[in-house]
Every structure is written in structure tokens, then in C-alpha cells.
Design a protein around this ligand. Structure first.
Ligand code: ATP
Ligand code: MG
Length: 644
């Protein structure tokens, strides 16, 4: 079987004329193998015909059915500039020919029509058409090549940008930059030189197509050589010479470009390409390209420097933290441990090193520590824990914005011991003072019975009695607080919080009326689920909070009480519009004997009320805090668990 060679595509001639005789004449003269003649009569037919195939030649009559052939010829020329259009005219008047020429008609035909003249004219037009096509092709090839080059440049820049952002290793990035500089400029070789500040010399940090020995031993003093001038002036240098030009000793080039690497407005090196063998000129746009690459190189160098510096700083910090006396654990945003020091390891009972993230996570969720991670305690919270060696630690969780969490453990064993000693002392003294005080009060009361007293004596006795009673009250409160703190009274009963609040309010009724205080109590107290709590202590908590609200609110002030069950807890809020607490005093108001600076000494009080409240709340597994604005009012919020 013989292989079939494909036939060349047929040449299409479009002949459009309204006269059938002329169409026939042209058809006879032009019919030939491998040529397709499309004969059309009207304008619309021609329009349809040229939609599918681009004709190699168009012969168009001066007039067509449906419009002017000349106007339509102009339309075809603008549509197919490379297809010659010949005009068949009735009479070749100068005006008509002038118009035809202006429209870009390639030639014109008229009667009488001779075959040899027609063929000659067609050949001439087609030749011109082919030349025009050739020119268009070569022009578009040039444009395409130019575009491809631009695309290559862009792709190289994008890929370098990507490698700079993904790699912090200049040994990877810098050679890639030099290679891209060489490839994109079509140069033979390239190098990246850096300035050694101490010696004032340039050394080669990366190179492409240069011998290794040359790269290693290259040192160039910043004197007056061509490359060095880039460093001195901070401006690019381009050389294009027919004869090789000496840039440094024994180094001759035909062309080169060097652009500076500029960091903080100071040249720190140079990026360059050159041609030593071929006489290949470099252009201004190559300079621009190299400048863009030089910026990449500077970013890569700066990234690497910053990374190395921050790495050193982190190491220093880690060494310091590793040996710290406080325990420290850092968790990332996903809750995985990223740092743990020796003290924290021993508190959490972890082996000396090599613990897994899961082991740390499990240790942090044991015992009281897990309360740190309760929902709603996202900002900071603290708990007290006891380690295996019986030391007591204040564990505090703090959020590090956008980074994770820090858990710190501070040893408070000695503070706890001090607190215990102080409490023991206070309890003993309170207890021992109570007996003689009772005796004093007893004898004072007896005084009036043993004989008549004058008015002044009676007044003095009353004052002694009042003082003795307030000392006894203070001692009672101290003893009471000691008992709550020691957890002596662990009795729990089912308590209806609403009823308890009502009872407490009842006992303050007199004071509330006296001060004309407006009282608001939220609805639905009866719906609060029953709480297991110590009734005496709860009553005391409520009394102390109400006592404060009344005491620190002026005449005709207002107090509101709210209690809401929410999931597994009850939220109790006592709000007043009284004097408020100065921000600086807020952290201390729950401490024993602490009274805020804005309290007038005429308002009686020992500063023990809130310490008792806090002890009671904590004994019941709850939390208490205060929100207060000076001169506007105060809200105490108590959150109590329902199950406990
Ligand atoms: P007592 O032991 O008799 O209750 P106290 O009321 O001074 O004395 P706490 O109840 O412990 O002591 O209160 C401590 C301090 O907190 C108060 O002295 C006062 O400065 C401030 N304080 C408490 N409650 C309020 C409140 N509702 N408005 C303004 N300040 C308050
Ligand atoms: Mg009080």
C-alpha cells in the first residue's frame, strides 16, 4: 500500500457580481484544479459566504444586488486585510479609481477582459497578499516572542518570590536568583557579591556558570574597579563593548550589568551578569530585571538574618526560662505544649525530658488544674494545687494573644504557712480574749444592781458596754471566719435561694425604710432550683452583701437583687447605685480588714464582711467578683454551682 500524501488546501476565490454574464466569463477564465470559485450575486449572499471561509482573493463588482460593491469592498478589506480585493468596474473613471485606491482596493478590472491580463493582475495581487501575510506572521512572531520572554520573566520572579517566602536558607535562594538573572538576560554567567564590612572587600556569595575555584577565592577591594563603583554610587552599571573590556585584572568582558543590593538605603553588595565569550548586547530592560531580582536577594538576606537573630534570642530566652524557679508551660493556639521547663515538669509529675504533647495535656487536666481550662475562663484564671512533694503552687493561666496560653506555677508554700500561722494566732487570740471580755460585760451589767449610779456613771457604763460588744462582735466574726476557712462546718442542706434572700431582706427592712432606698427584686426567684448549701453561712453571705449595699448607698438610692439559674449554676447579683469602689482598691476588698480609701471613717465597719463572703462562696465551690464605677455604683456577682 502506498502512503497517501494529503492534498494542499484549495485556494478560494470569491467572485461577487450582479451581472450573470460577467460572473460566467470570470468563471470560465479562472476555473482551475485546486481552486474553488464561489460565485455570488447579492450582498447578503457574499456576507454569508465569507463567514465560513477566508478567501485568498475577492473580485467584487462595482454594484451588487442589495448595495454598493465599493462600500462592501471597504468592509471586506477591514475584515480580511491580508486578502486582496479587486474591483470590477463598468467604466474606469478617475474619480472612481481615486475612491477605490483610498479604500485600499488592490487592483481593478474592466471590460474588455483578456485572460492573460486578468491572470497577471491576479498574480500581482496574490503576491502582494502573500507578502502582507508574511509580514504579519513575522511581526506577530516577534510580538509572541517578546510576550513569551515577559511571561518567562514574570514566572521566574513569581517562583523566586515563592522560594523566598518558603525558604529561609540563603544558600538555596541566592543561587536561584543568580541563575534566573543569567537565564532571563541570556548572559553567559552571573554572580552575587556582598560587601565584607570588616575588610572593605567584595566576596562572591553566589554564582552561576563560574568556576568554583574562582568563586571561592574571589575578593575584590572596593577601589575604583567597575563593579565596585556600583557599591560606591549605589547606581547600576551597564557595559556593551565590541572589543572585550577589562573589568578587573585579567577579566575581560564584552557586556555586563551590575546592579546594587540596597538595604536600608545603603548598598551592601551587587548582582551582575556578563558575557565574556560572545558579543551579546544587554539592554536597559535587563537592568530593570536585575534590579527586581536584586530586591529579592536583599529580602532573602534580611529574612535569613532576622531568622538567625530571632533564633538566638529564642535560645537565650529558653535557657533563662528553662532554669526559672517558677514552673512554666506554653501552649499553642491548638492547646499543644510548645515549651515546658524543669520546675513545671516536676510539678506535673512528668519524666525529666521527652514527654509527648499528649502526656503534658493529660497532666494539665488532672485534679484542680483542669478548672483552669473551664469554658468562659479564656482570659486568665488561677487555682491552687499541691505537688507530690507537698509544696503549694499558685497556678495561673494567661492568654497570649494570637499565640496561645501560658500556665505559670508560683511557689506559695511559705505564704500559705505564714497565713496559717497568722490565722492560728488570730484564732487563739480571739478565743482567749473572748472569755475575759464576757467577764467584763457580765460585771458591767452587775454594776447597776449593786448600788445606784448617777447619770454620768450610767452613760460611761453604756459606752464601755458598747465598745465591749463591738469587740465581742469582731472576735465572733474572726472566730467564725477561722472556722469557715478551716472548713469545720461542712453541713449541707437543701436551700431555696429565693426564700433565703427574702428572709435576709426582711431583717434589713428597717434600715431600707429608714434610708428610703428603692429595692428591686427580680421575678422568678421561686423557680431557682434547690441548692445544697450551709444555711447559716449562706444567710451570712447574703446579710453581709446586703449590709454593704445599704451602708455604701446614700439616702434614696436604689438596690436591685437578681438571681438566675443558668445551665448548671445560679448567678446572683446585688447591684447598688452608691459611692462605688476606687479601681485601685478593687483587688484588695476581699482581704481581711481592708476598707477602700473612699469610705468615710464615720461609716462603721471592720473590713471583715467580704472576706467572710468570699470564704463562704469558695467553700461552696463558687466564685465571686465585683464590678464597680466610682460615683455610679457597684455590682457583686456570685456564681454558685447547682450540683454541689
Ligand atoms: P464589715 O466587716 O462591717 O462588713 P466593711 O463593710 O468595711 O466592714 P467589707 O464588707 O469587707 O468591710 O467591705 C470591704 C470594703 O469594700 C468596704 O470597706 C468598702 O470600702 C468596700 N465595699 C464593699 N461593698 C461595697 C459597696 N456595695 N459599695 C461601695 N463599697 C463597698
Ligand atoms: Mg461590710
Amino acid at each position: 500500500m502506498t502512503a497517501m500524501t494529503p492534498l494542499p488546501p484549495k485556494e478560494i476565490y470569491l467572485i461577487a457580481h450582479s451581472n450573470a454574464q460577467i460572473r460566467l466569463l470570470l468563471q470560465r477564465m479562472l476555473t482551475k484544479e485546486h481552486r474553488e470559485l464561489i460565485m455570488r450575486e447579492s450582498l447578503d449572499e457574499v456576507r454569508t459566504a465569507v463567514k465560513d471561509d477566508v478567501p485568498a482573493l475577492i473580485i467584487i463588482g462595482e454594484k451588487l444586488k442589495g448595495g454598493s460593491g465599493l462600500d462592501f469592498a471597504a468592509e471586506l478589506i477591514s475584515l480580511y486585510p491580508a486578502s486582496p480585493v479587486m474591483l470590477f468596474v463598468q467604466h474606469d473613471t478617475p474619480d472612481l479609481l481615486k475612491r477605490a485606491m483610498r479604500l485600499g482596493i488592490s487592483d481593478y478590472l474592466t471590460r474588455p477582459l483578456r485572460a492573460d491580463e486578468l491572470m497577471e493582475a491576479i498574480e500581482r495581487c496574490l503576491k502582494r497578499g502573500r507578502e502582507c501575510q508574511q509580514w504579519t506572521k513575522s511581526e506577530s512572531k516577534k510580538v509572541t516572542e517578546n510576550l513569551r520572554r515577559r511571561v518567562d520573566e514574570l514566572e521566574a520572579l513569581i517562583s523566586l518570590g515563592h522560594s523566598i517566602t518558603t525558604s529561609l536558607n540563603p544558600d538555596e535562594v541566592l543561587p536561584a536568583i543568580v541563575k534566573a538573572a543569567v537565564n532571563l538576560t541570556g548572559a553567559e554567567e552571573g554572580s552575587l557579591l556582598l560587601l565584607d564590612e570588616s575588610s572593605g572587600e567584595l566576596y562572591m556569595r553566589a554564582a552561576y556558570n563560574l568556576e568554583e575555584d574562582f568563586v571561592r577565592t574571589f575578593r575584590l577591594p572596593v577601589k575604583d574597579f567597575t563593579i565596585s563603583s556600583v557599591i560606591k554610587t549605589g547606581l547600576p552599571v551597564m557595559i556593551n563593548e565590541k572589543d572585550p573590556y577589562k573589568i578587573i585584572t585579567a577579566y575581560l568582558v564584552h557586556s555586563l550589568i551590575y546592579v546594587p543590593l540596597v538595604l536600608h538605603k545603603k548598598p551592601v553588595g551587587a548582582l551582575g551578569v556578563d558575557n565574556r565569550r560572545k558579543n551579546h548586547p544587554l539592554h536597559e530592560r535587563d537592568v530593570k530585571l536585575l534590579q527586581a531580582l536584586a530586591e529579592f536577594a536583599v529580602i532573602a538576606l534580611e529574612n535569613a538574618r532576622l531568622h538567625a537573630t530571632s533564633g538566638q534570642e529564642i535560645n537565650k530566652l529558653q535557657t533563662a526560662l528553662a532554669g526559672a524557679q517558677d514552673g512554666l508551660v506554653v501552649l499553642d493556639t491548638d492547646g499543644n505544649s510548645v515549651f515546658i521547663n524543669e520546675t513545671a515538669r516536676s510539678i506535673l509529675n512528668l519524666s525529666s525530658t521527652g514527654e509527648t504533647k499528649e502526656e503534658v495535656a493529660a497532666a494539665l487536666r488532672q485534679g484542680e488544674l483542669k478548672d483552669l481550662f473551664e469554658d468562659g475562663k479564656n482570659l486568665s484564671s488561677r487555682v491552687e494545687i499541691t505537688s507530690a512533694d507537698n509544696r503549694i503552687w499558685d497556678a495561673c493561666l494567661a492568654a497570649i494573644p494570637n499565640a496561645g496560653k501560658l500556665i505559670s506555677f508560683h511557689d506559695i508554700t511559705h505564704l500559705k504557712e505564714l497565713d496559717r500561722t497568722k490565722n492560728d494566732f488570730v484564732n487563739t487570740v480571739s478565743h482567749d480574749l473572748r472569755t475575759p471580755l464576757t467577764a467584763i460585760m457580765g460585771y458591767i451589767e452587775l454594776l447597776s444592781r449593786v448600788g445606784p449610779l448617777n447619770t454620768m456613771q450610767q452613760d460611761f457604763i453604756q459606752r464601755v458596754l458598747n465598745s465591749a460588744q463591738s469587740i465581742t462582735k469582731l472576735l465572733d466574726e474572726l472566730l467564725n471566719l477561722g472556722k469557715i476557712e478551716a472548713g469545720f462546718d461542712r453541713r449541707r442542706e437543701s436551700i431555696q435561694l429565693g426564700q433565703l434572700i427574702q428572709m435576709s431582706l426582711e431583717s434589713f427592712k428597717h434600715k431600707i425604710t429608714e434610708k428610703q432606698i428603692q429595692l428591686m427584686v427580680s421575678n422568678g426567684m421561686e423557680n431557682i432550683p434547690v441548692i445544697q448549701a450551709n444555711p447559716v453561712q449562706f444567710r451570712q453571705m447574703m446579710d453581709n452583701l446586703l449590709d454593704n449595699a445599704i451602708k455604701y448607698t446614700p439616702q434614696q438610692g436604689s438596690i436591685s437583687i437578681q438571681a438566675l439559674p443558668e445551665q448548671s449554676q445560679v448567678i446572683l447579683q446585688i447591684t447598688d447605685n452608691g459611692m462605688g469602689i476606687p479601681a485601685a482598691d478593687i483587688p484588695y476588698i476581699f482581704d481581711k480588714f481592708y476598707r477602700a480609701g473612699n469610705v468615710n471613717s464615720k461609716i462603721s465597719g471592720t473590713g471583715l464582711g467580704l472576706s467572710i463572703v468570699r470564704s463562704i462562696v469558695e467553700c461552696h465551690g463558687g466564685r465571686i467578683w465585683v464590678d464597680s464605677v466610682m460615683g455610679e455604683g457597684t455590682t457583686f456577682t456570685v456564681v454558685l454551682p447547682l450540683q454541689k
